[in-house]
Design a protein. Structure first.
Length: 110
């Protein structure tokens, strides 16, 4: 494209000249689409949980009952669940993009 937009951005132009919005995705209809959507959601949930884990590295716990192996296990489980909940509520938008790419790959390989 000669207007300075990449091929990726070309399909995402919204109403405003400077606004980039993703194309709407319909609900999964086939078993392959459902499987692709689940995989994309799981990936985003894991990504978010790892991001949350990285954010808490270096935080010190204090007090008589702070720290230890049990607290670390609890934090990991909490980050995992937060990632799942955040993804189910819309997440950071990564899941939709991954879902689109999986569907594209499935079309090419079919």
């Amino acid at each position: 494209m000669d207007n300075g937009l990449s091929q990726l951005q070309a399909g995402f132009i919204g109403k405003s000249k400077n606004q980039i919005t993703p194309e709407p995705i319909g609900e999964p209809k086939t078993a392959k689409e459902l499987s692709a959507k689940r995989a994309a959601d799981e990936f985003e949930a894991i990504f978010i949980s790892q991001m949350l884990k990285s954010m808490s590295v270096g935080l010190k716990t204090d007090g008589m009952f702070g720290g230890g192996q049990s607290e670390q296990i609890y934090k990991d489980l909490m980050n995992e669940e937060l990632g799942k909940v955040m993804t189910s509520k819309g997440g950071i938008g990564m899941s939709d993009e991954i879902y689109r790419e999986i569907l594209k790959n499935q079309e090419v390989n079919s």
